[in-house]
Design a protein around this ligand. Structure first.
Ligand SMILES: *[C@@H]1O[C@H](CO)[C@@H](O)[C@H](O)[C@H]1NC(C)=O
Ligand SMILES: *[C@@H]1O[C@H](CO)[C@@H](O)[C@H](O)[C@H]1NC(C)=O
Length: 800
């Protein structure tokens, strides 16, 4: 018999209907067994929807459960941590150990544990659950209680339950993502270190945790109708399936933690037409590429990789130019550079390496140096000549140098700025390298070798492409610089480096003030696009409440603001002053306000909050002490702190307080600032100093730590006023209560404690007791001792 007829026979066997082998009622009697082989027997649920048995994975077999009636026979459960077993391995239902998986030598590889009794039968029913019963129908074990990466309708995940993603779409061993229902009731998604199982910060949190146990979530339920929700102990439910219309009859369902870290609920028509596939109902997180944050771990893709959200809103990972996959089979794994910059190359970097500009791309957690102010050319030059620099991001007038391995790379339209990635000019396919002595790298200053190498290489199309790219790149940069020069002439800049716009220009830029970004104390802010040397997205603030005689003051203030340069301040791009029109044009901050970050359902990681708090402190210290004219902000609050694409805090609305205080005595209408954040001296006859900002910063710091507003409604009881509650907790030594529902923060407890105490120092009623912002930074950074603070409001008439 030839190979062809063998093949036909196999095909025939493959399509042979299974019903003849099915168990009918789904009952499996003790000592039944299955053997891993190409056309082996399977156990089926009564309807035949689910099959249990060995599935071929590459050349081996995986003991698993799958949807059997759809073409791709989707696996929903498997054993042995996803490790495949050789042909001839066996699974048997035994009385003492339940299901036992053994290899060809009879060595036990896996068993159904824990088994709480002596097994008398197995039942594989139409929910897809494989159950083992003892005598008198006591359930001893079931697959639903031991989920792997998928939940099915009728399945429940209890506290401490975990789903683990697989490594790749086709490798079932444990991957790097987890869905966990924590002891405190929170459902979280996190990545982990594969080697040690160390858990990284969560990138999704359901916020179903609570100090009060009865308000905690305790089960993730998947109803038979296909709805998923978190059940709380008090009977409340929190829906995970937010989409109303889920088809139930006629559809299969599942929710799977995909290998790239997204929890997706799917359905699939039962009558498969061949083209039908799993359809996503909802998924978390919203954007896996942007949501996985933090300093450690590689992110949704591997190190040096770039994550882009595909149409299915899943992670599409790609190695950047001149990088290639470490493991060619692991598309979501790490990338390695195809070259290594040698730090002994001194002087010849520009000959050996070059930078390629890539768009909308960033690795926000790999910085090691920031240069500012600096031109784009200089930024490129600095990276090119720095053997540590793998990529430079240029944005505004800042240059961030980044080191290997690059982590949490993302390509997204929300990413602003230009990325210049280093590559080796010698990074050409191996067929172009000749001999062992690597002629690609010419000797220093040896023009002759260089020419020889060039002429050898010119014949190759790859090299021609390189030249083409270089020529085109040069052409573009030439045009760019010409345009830049022209536009600089066109914009009349008044003794500062900010542009002056006409009202008409800004009407056009904002499309007639169409898209409102927010409303500040000085007027409404609109989104706009300005064509300068490149297209710049801006936030245009229309000042509506300017005092009558504020015209001259406006220009003075614009000058003061324009002279500020700090990485934690929002940069002024330009302004407009024309008749009654007064507008300020700021750089646009992609990540919105701090308020929306810390008061959202998902708490940002402690590392990020720490970074933001220090950033705000740095910006304030600069305004108070370092810029040429001292600036008191007077309205520090989370709505006035914006976040750039690196989640750096950027203070906005500074330098304007004076404009509104003109001719205003300090009556209650003259109070600048916002309820909950204003220092007590505004209400008293005490001079207003920079210490009013320190007070507001203190309140803000406590909000950042606790991720809640400083004033909440009365439902919060004793916790309604954050500053009072924090002091009470501090005084009673129960500060841990502040963070009860924040598992991320507990490991940093000492640091958090310091932050709380610094916050209490800042909110002292007596301004002289409050530290300066410089001191605040030292205390937050832990370089000076932080003594215990006195009661912030000794004169407070307590209403208790
Ligand atoms: C599956 O088994 C469970 C537990 O015995 C039972 O409650 C459920 O009704 C069964 N479901 C189906 C569809 O057979
Ligand atoms: C899956 O990945 C693991 C870890 O890299 C490897 O040891 C194993 O051989 C892979 N399994 C398959 C079936 O490729």
């Amino acid at each position: 018999m030839g190979y062809t007829s063998l093949y036909v026979l196999c095909m025939f066997l493959f399509v042979w209907p299974y019903s003849g082998l099915a168990q009918g009622n789904g009952t499996i009697s003790v000592s039944s067994f299955l053997t891993a082989a190409d056309q082996a027997t399977l156990w089926y649920s009564p309807s035949g929807d689910f099959a249990f048995g060995f599935r071929k994975v590459q050349d081996q077999f995986l003991l698993s459960i799958w949807y059997d009636k759809i073409p791709d026979k989707t696996i929903v459960w498997f054993v042995n941590d996803g490790t495949t077993v050789p042909a001839g391995s066996k699974v048997q239902l035994t009385t003492d150990r339940g299901l036992v998986l053994t290899d060809t030598q009879g060595k036990e590889l896996w068993r159904s544990e824990p088994l709480s009794g002596t097994a008398s039968r197995g039942v594989f029913n139409d929910t897809g659950n494989f159950m083992i019963f003892g005598s008198s129908w006591t359930k001893l074990w079931d697959s639903f209680s031991n989920p792997i990466d998928t939940l099915l309708p009728a399945q429940t995940m209890e506290v401490n339950g975990t789903l683990n993603s697989r490594l790749t779409e086709t490798n079932f061993t444990k991957g790097k993502f987890q869905l966990r229902l924590l002891e405190n009731g929170n459902l979280v998604l996190n990545s982990r270190d594969i080697l040690t199982d160390h858990v990284y910060g969560a990138y999704y949190r359901s916020q179903t945790n609570d100090i009060n146990p009865s308000n905690q979530g305790y089960q993730v339920k998947y109803s038979t109708a296909g709805y998923m929700y978190i059940a709380k102990r008090n009977g409340d439910i929190v829906n995970l399936t937010t989409n109303g219309a889920i088809p139930s009859t006629g559809y299969y369902h599942r929710a799977t933690l995909t290998f790239d870290g997204v929890l997706v609920q799917y359905y699939h028509p039962k009558d498969s037409t061949g083209t039908s596939k799993w359809i996503s109902v909802w998924q978390i997180p919203v954007n896996i590429c942007l949501d996985v944050r933090g300093d450690t771990g590689s992110g949704a893709c591997g190190f040096n990789s770039v994550c882009r959200l595909d149409e299915a809103r899943r992670a599409d990972c790609e190695c950047p130019e001149s990088y290639s996959l470490l493991d060619p089979n692991d598309t979501h794994g790490s990338c390695k550079p195809n070259f290594a910059q040698n730090c002994d190359d001194n002087g010849s970097s520009e000959k050996l390496y070059d930078l390629v500009e890539i768009t909308d791309t960033d690795w926000p957690f790999s910085d090691y140096e920031q240069l500012k102010p600096i031109s784009e050319i200089e930024c490129r030059r600095h990276c090119l000549n720095d053997c540590f620099c793998a990529v430079a991001i240029y944005r505004g007038d800042s240059c961030w140098k980044k080191k290997l391995p690059l982590s949490k790379g993302r390509k997204d339209r929300a990413v602003n700025g230009k990325a210049f990635l280093k590559f080796s000019k010698g990074d050409l396919p191996p067929e172009h390298r000749r001999g062992g002595d690597n002629p690609i790298y010419p000797e220093k200053n040896d023009k002759r070798t260089l020419i020889v190498v060039f002429s050898v290489l010119l014949g190759s199309s790859v090299f021609v492409n390189f030249i083409l790219i270089a020529v085109v790149g040069f052409g573009f940069s030439y045009i760019y610089h010409k345009k830049k020069k022209n536009s600089q002439h066109a914009n009349d800049s008044v003794e500062t480096n900010v542009c002056r716009f006409t009202n008409k220009e800004l009407v056009e830029a904002t499309n007639g003030f169409k898209q409102q970004l927010g409303r500040g104390s000085f007027g409404i802010v609109y989104k706009g696009v300005i064509q300068m040397s490149s297209t710049v997205i801006v936030a245009v603030k229309k000042i509506d409440s300017l005092a009558q005689d504020g015209a001259r003051e406006f220009k003075t203030e614009v000058n003061v603001i324009a002279q500020t340069h700090h990485k934690n301040l929002v940069r002024l791009v330009g302004f407009c002053e024309e008749e009654q029109h007064r507008l300020l044009v700021y750089e646009y901050m992609v990540n919105g306000t701090l308020a929306s970050l810390i008061f959202s359902r998902e708490k940002p990681s402690w590392a990020l909050r720490n970074h933001i708090a220090l950033g705000i402190a740095g910006g304030l210290a600069y305004l108070h002490e370092e810029c040429s004219t001292q600036i008191i902000h007077c309205d520090i609050k989370p709505q006035n702190i914006l976040l750039d694409e690196y989640y750096n805090a950027r203070i906005s609305d500074f330098g304007l307080a004076k404009l509104l205080m003109l001719n205003q005595s300090r009556t209650s209408t003259g109070i600048r600032g916002t309820k909950g954040y204003v220092a007590p001296e505004w209400f008293r006859n005490i001079p207003i100093t920079v210490k009013v900002d320190v007070y507001s910063f203190g309140v803000l710091l406590l909000e950042i730590i606790c991720c809640r507003r400083s004033v909440e409604n009365l439902e919060f009881g004793e916790k309604a006023i954050l500053t009072d509650w924090v002091w009470d907790c501090f005084q009673d030594g129960r500060m841990i209560e502040l963070l009860e529902n924040d598992e991320d923060i507990l490991s940093e407890w000492e640091k958090v404690e310091t932050f709380v105490i610094v916050g209490i120092w800042c909110i002292q009623e007596d301004p002289s007791l409050r530290p300066t912002m410089r001191k605040v930074i030292q205390m937050l950074e832990g370089v000076v001792h932080v003594p215990d603070p006195p009661c912030p409001s000794p004169f407070r008439s307590t209403s208790t």
